[in-house]
Each structure stands twice: as C-alpha cells, then as structure tokens.
Design a protein around this ligand. Structure first.
Ligand SMILES: *Cc1c(COP(=O)(O)O)cnc(C)c1O
Length: 393
C-alpha cells in the first residue's frame, strides 16, 4: 500500500518516516549542522542537485525533511518548507512573492504581527497592502488594482471567527491571475485543506494545533506546485529562518495525535459554546459549530469540523472581561492556542491593548470579547471553572 492511498490518520503516524539502518520506529533526530561528502565528486553532485544528499542543516536536514514530507501529504500539496516560527513562514511568503510596487489584499482581522510586519517593514520597500473583511468575497474584488499580486486570507479569522469562502476566493484569483495564500493555523490540515479548494500556498504556525503541546514554536509552508516551492525555499534558506531538527522531531511527535486531540477538543468546545450561549452574562458566542454562527453553512461546507476556538462577548465590557480573566482557575490565562491545555485571553486588555479602541472595533474586537482555546480536559471541569468565574462578574 502506497502512503498516498492511506487515510489522514494513518498518514499522521507513518508518512515522512525515515528507514534508517537500525530500524528505528520513530524519526531519528539528526542533530548536526553539516554532512560529510563521500568524495569531492559526491560533494559536487550534492551541490549541482544531481544527487539529493544532504549538505548543511540550514538548507535541509533528514529530520526536518521528514516533517516537510508529512506536512505536504496532510495538506495535499507538493512539498513542505519548515520554518523557525509561524512568522518565519509569513516573512518567507511575503519576501518570496512580493516586490517593490506590488499590492497585497488581506483579511482585516488577520493575526496581528502578519499585518504589523507588512505595514511597518515591507511598506519601506514599496509594497502596498489593503485589509478588508474577506468573509464577503466582493470586498476583495473591489480592492483589486493593476499592481495586486497576492490575496492573503485567514479563516476562521482571529478573534472574530468570521469565515472566508475558500472556493470563491480561489476563483477570483484564477480569473485575475493572482496568487492565493491561506493561514490555516486555526484549523490544522485535519479540518481544512485550502489547496483542495484551489489555493496556491497554505501555511501554519505549528506552534498551535499541529504541535499541540505548547512546548515549541515553529512554522510550515506547503505549496500546491513545484513552481511556488522553488520560489519560497531559497527565500527561507536565505532569510535563515530554518527549523531546527529537534524542533521538527517535536512537531512530528505532536502530529501523531492531531486527530484524537482535535476530536476531543471539539467535543468540549461545542458543550462550552452551548453553555456560554445560554448564560445571562454573555451577550453572544461565535463558534462555527453553533447554528447561530452567521456562516454556519459555509463553515460546514469547507471545514471537516468546527475547531476548538470560541469567541464570546461579555455584557459588562472591559471590566467584566478582566474580572473573568482574574477568576478562572483551570484554564490558563495566556495567549497562544491549540494546545492540550485550555487557554483564555481578553484581547482588549492583552493582545490588542496597544491598538486604539476605534480600530479595534472596526475589526470586530470589542471590549468585552474573550477568546477561548479549548483543550482536552474534562468538559464538566472546564464548564464548572468558567461558571464560577462568571459568577464573580
Ligand atoms: C501564532 C500565529 C501566527 C504566528 O506564529 P508564531 O509561531 O507565533 O510565529 C500566525 N498566524 C496565526 C493565526 C497564529 O495564531
């Protein structure tokens, strides 16, 4: 049986494996910066590409390569490029695909630093960008200029949980000759495969669901075709944001349980979302698994499950949000997401506190908004914890 015929969960366990001389059951960690050549001719062949031998770990490494093959298989893409962090992946994509005078259209509620690095740094090199609510694909069409080269979306968006129609965006890009990129961090390839909907490039902060244990930072890019891989790989290598072999091993290990972790976290998330929706101190709940989500049908059509991220609005605004944060005991008061432990955070007083209130509200980040990354604890314990913290508000 070829690996490409295997189901997703079997690939999580077996894809990318290295058949070493000792028959190791797991992927060995090749903790080396450089590789010996067998001869001058072999060295020359590695450099010319006629041999696929390893040269130097910033260029490639067997453990990292293993993760890259696994990630490509999970996303149904051509090949993966592992990076030191999710932001390493973002910069590899921006730097590789955009040049002076180019314009990019992005989701307005995109991950903060993905927007900051574009507006503060790439703007110095003459790259322009627009931020629109991509949950309405018409907004993208209206923003396209002769200089537009890239459409960059995040779905579900953070922390508003609004969904962008992947098929509609890929179709717009095809008609206009633009490149499409999706930040798939919130879903992991288990729940959403943007390349299947016609996207060119997908990437993850593997720090989140893919590694899943809150113990490393990393990123991975998967391209649909060799063409994009050949643009992005040299960019990553020359930026020097390669992944370390030990980091890659940790992600390969974390990925083995992606499906079982995600299934359990989703079971918990729907229970918590329903509890919150019925709570008198909560104004609204946004979770793609609730029928009340404005894009419930779209979410069901492009995601294999609603995920484990919930946003909700406290009726009491900023103060209520802070009081809730100060009284949760089981969920950790922390940013980041996608780990086995539940994490809770309040954007208005934490991640987005430096953004002025008006700009926050334009992108849907209201004062009472709370973001909850649901872990795999017992649902009853998580609900009891939030319930007692809500009683303190
Ligand atoms: C965390 C995150 C990133 C950045 O990844 P790092 O690994 O922190 O560099 C990018 N996009 C999303 C959606 C994220 O949650």
């Amino acid at each position: 049986m070829k690996n490409k015929d295997l189901g997703f969960d079997s690939r999580l366990i077996h894809e990318g494996h290295i058949d070493d001389q000792f028959g190791s059951a797991t992927v060995p960690i090749y903790q080396t910066s450089t590789f010996r050549f067998k001869s001058a001719e072999h060295g020359a062949a590695c450099f010319s590409g006629s041999s696929d031998g390893y040269i130097y770990t910033r260029l490639n490494n067997p453990t990292v390569d293993s993760l890259e093959r696994l990630a490509a298989s999970l996303e149904n893409g051509y090949r993966g490029i592992a990076c030191s962090s999710g932001m390493g992946a973002v910069n590899t994509i921006y730097g590789g695909l955009l040049k002076q005078g180019d314009h990019m259209i992005s989701t307005d509620a995109v991950y903060g630093p993905s927007r900051v690095v574009m507006e503060k740094h790439y703007s110095k090199y003459g790259v322009e960008s627009s931020y629109v609510d991509t949950s309405n694909a018409e907004n993208i069409l209206k923003e396209i200029r002769p200089q537009t080269r890239l459409i960059y979306i995040e779905t579900p968006a953070n922390p508003t949980m609004s969904i962008t129609d992947l098929k509609a965006v890929a179709e717009i890009a095809r008609q206009k000759g633009l490149i499409t990129v999706a930040d798939n961090t919130f879903c992991s390839p288990l729940l959403q495969k943007p390349i299947d909907f016609g996207f060119d490039i997908v990437f993850h902060s593997v720090t989140k669901f893919m590694n899943g244990h809150a113990d490393i930072v990393g990123g991975v890019i998967v391209s649909r075709s060799r063409e994009f891989d050949q643009i992005l790989r040299p960019m990553m290598i020359n930026l020097g944001c390669n992944m370390d072999p030990h980091q890659a091993y940790m992600v390969i290990r974390g990925l083995k349980t992606l499906s079982v972790r995600m299934e359990r976290a989703q079971e918990n998330a729907i229970k918590i979302a329903r509890f919150l929706e019925d709570h008198p101190k909560v104004a609204w709940v946004k979770y793609p698994g609730l029928e009340s989500h404005a894009q419930y049908k779209l979410a069901r059509s492009q995601m294999n499950g609603p995920g484990a991220m919930i946003s909700f609005e406290m009726k009491g605004g900023l103060d209520a949000g802070k009081t809730l944060m100060n009284n949760v005991r089981l969920s950790l008061l922390a940013v980041s997401l996608g780990g086995v432990e539940s994490l809770i955070q309040h954007p208005a007083s934490m991640t987005h506190s430096k953004v002025d209130k008006q700009s926050r509200e334009v992108s849907g980040i209201t004062d009472g908004l709370v973001r909850f990354s649901v872990g795999i604890e017992n649902a009853e314990d998580l609900i009891a914890d939030i319930s007692q913290a809500l009683d303190m508000v």
